[in-house]
Design a protein around this ligand. Structure first.
Ligand SMILES: [Zn+2]
Length: 244
């Protein structure tokens, strides 16, 4: 999820926490354009919020950050001051992954032993693993790829997980899609649900989205559904901030 600067006034911290609790969300991995966003949420509900550090200070940097050297001191300052589960979600495609700024970001993640949360095509994910073979990567939106392509990537990379944020193709009418069902059953420990509050109004959609997620999840074996719903996220990120 994101709690970016343009949401801070229209959906105040207390409202965000209330929406998450109403939705029955157990934990939320939150990154913001303007890192103060999730820091405020985390201060208000440390049991609920898992902060991750985004390389954007404002919304407009999604496309420009890969060539913006000032991103690195920003990340360094925040990493010196706060604790995070990962760096991301960042947008990174193809050969841009090998530009100097993304490479330095990967070095920082390695130094601080953080997850990379990549809104990327498969090519950029491959390049990130070439830079850092031991990286742990959460593939945002499962790359918006078809289930067969996602499965291929999961088989190839042991340290790759995928979130299902801002996708609707994996479930409809309270049932999981057939092609996705096979992939979920074969890789139950590699997926997690996501919402994606990329604009302020999306916060009001969180309880409804949770209901929609519970509906399609209920057509999977309970153990698999629980893994995707919350157990995988808890295992991967739940203890990230308490480790020393
Ligand atoms: Zn995204």
């Amino acid at each position: 999820m994101h709690y970016s600067h343009d949401a801070w006034e229209s959906v105040p911290v207390a409202d965000v926490i209330a929406l998450l609790r109403k939705a029955g969300v157990r934990r939320a991995l939150v990154s913001s354009s303007g890192d103060d966003g999730q820091q405020r949420l985390y201060a208000a509900a440390p049991d609920l919020i898992i902060p991750e550090l985004r390389p954007y200070r404002t919304r407009g940097e999604i496309g420009s950050w890969v060539r913006d050297e000032s991103v690195i001191p920003y990340l360094e300052q925040r990493l010196a001051k706060y604790r995070y589960a990962g760096i991301g979600e960042f947008h990174l495609f193809g050969a841009d992954a090998d530009l100097p700024v993304p490479q330095r970001m990967v070095e920082l993640a390695r130094k601080h032993r953080l997850f990379l949360h990549a809104h990327s095509d498969a090519d950029a994910v491959e390049r990130l693993f070439r830079q850092w073979p031991q990286a742990r990567i959460l593939w945002a939106h499962a790359g918006f790829e078809q289930p067969a392509v996602v499965e291929q990537m999961l088989k190839k990379h042991r340290n790759l997980w995928a979130d299902l944020a801002f996708r609707t193709d994996h479930g409809a009418g309270g049932k999981v899609d057939d092609a996705w069902r096979g992939v979920f059953l074969r890789h139950p420990d590699r997926f997690m649900v996501g919402t994606d509050t990329y604009t302020p109004e999306r916060w009001h959609y969180v309880p409804g989205h949770a209901e929609w997620s519970r509906a399609w999840l209920s057509s999977l074996p309970r153990e698999v559904a629980e893994r995707i719903a919350w157990k995988n996220g808890e295992e991967l990120f739940g203890s990230a901030l308490s480790q020393d």
